[in-house]
Design a protein around this ligand. Sequence first.
Ligand code: GSH
Length: 368
Amino acid sequence: MSKKPGESVNDEQQVALALLRSLLPMGTGRKDVMGSMTATDAFPLPVLESSLVFSPSRDSGQGSVIRCLSYLKSMQLTAVLYSFGGSAWAQVPRLAIVEGGYADGDIEIKEVNLAEGANFNPEYLKINSHGTVPALVDEKGHKYDSSTTATHQISKNAPKPPKTAASEHHELKKFLETVHLESHDPNDLFILPTSEQDRKTKGEGMVGGFLKGRQDALDKLQLTTRYSTSAPDDVKEFLKQKQTANKQILDFMTGSPSQEEQTKIYQKANEEWRSAGELLRGQAHHLLKKAGQGKFLGGDDEPNEADFHFVTWLARIASNAGASPGAPGKDILHLISVKAEGGEIPALIGEYWDQWRQRPSFSKVGLK
Ligand SMILES: N[C@@H](CCC(=O)N[C@@H](CS)C(=O)NCC(=O)O)C(=O)O
């Protein structure tokens, strides 16, 4: 709060300032959040506080409250999507933004670098307590902490909403939930190896680097005084669990695990690959056949929320299988069928993928 010389801040004005702070949605003006987020903060708290220059003799706390409310009202707060370029699920709301006809900047995109563990920063955990991206904070400060809720909010309010509301379509809603099942988690399949050779390659490559970056961040964070003095107990517990779990998998990927550990992990990875193949040959194929050739899920010429989730999942599964970004449909089907076993993947899935490859949104969000 700015004060002129000789002015003091009375109790009511302190209340006004506390109110102003509580009204500010996370990510729209908090200083001291995390490196990449503070740099572009649109409304730094000090700017807002400086609007509360008042003289105690003429200004009551009530007057300050009214003034700070009208100041907040006059500001055009922007919704913020917390995202990460390399995250599969963050690409779902990003597709919804482009397909929904939002202009650049209508929703601010802030990077949370998962490879550096920025998602474990206690300040980010106030935005999304799961420590995952995506998360959306809308212009009113409401928080949406998953790709499903964030994408729904974005699509619902889009200048050009999808023709079919997947949330009101029984089969599409069910499909969207199936895509998110842990039994074929695209992030597991990014990390988990299917064989000893695969473990070595991944451990020495991007996967090893990613796990190491997170471990360093988790280890460092717990040594900071700010963490030990001000992080709530549940946050400390959450971070401890993450630290232990990440260390286990990092050691597995880069160390010399026992034969028993190896068998367990390779079995899990192979089961997840099989489950991915079953999803493609089963529900996905059924829905695309029902939609008709050249159509999106639900039968429209335009994609809807279920498509946004499915295509981002498919893109990550394809890249986990070794496909280069935006590779043609027939190539990705071949690579996926090798990993998933159980026979060919229906050509219709490849045609659906090729249809997406033509869309500007596909390259704009980095799927190609
Ligand atoms: N069910 C959540 C999953 C989100 C999720 O797992 N996001 C990954 C990136 S694709 C993440 O942030 N991982 C960080 C971590 O688990 O530490 C959603 O749909 O939003």
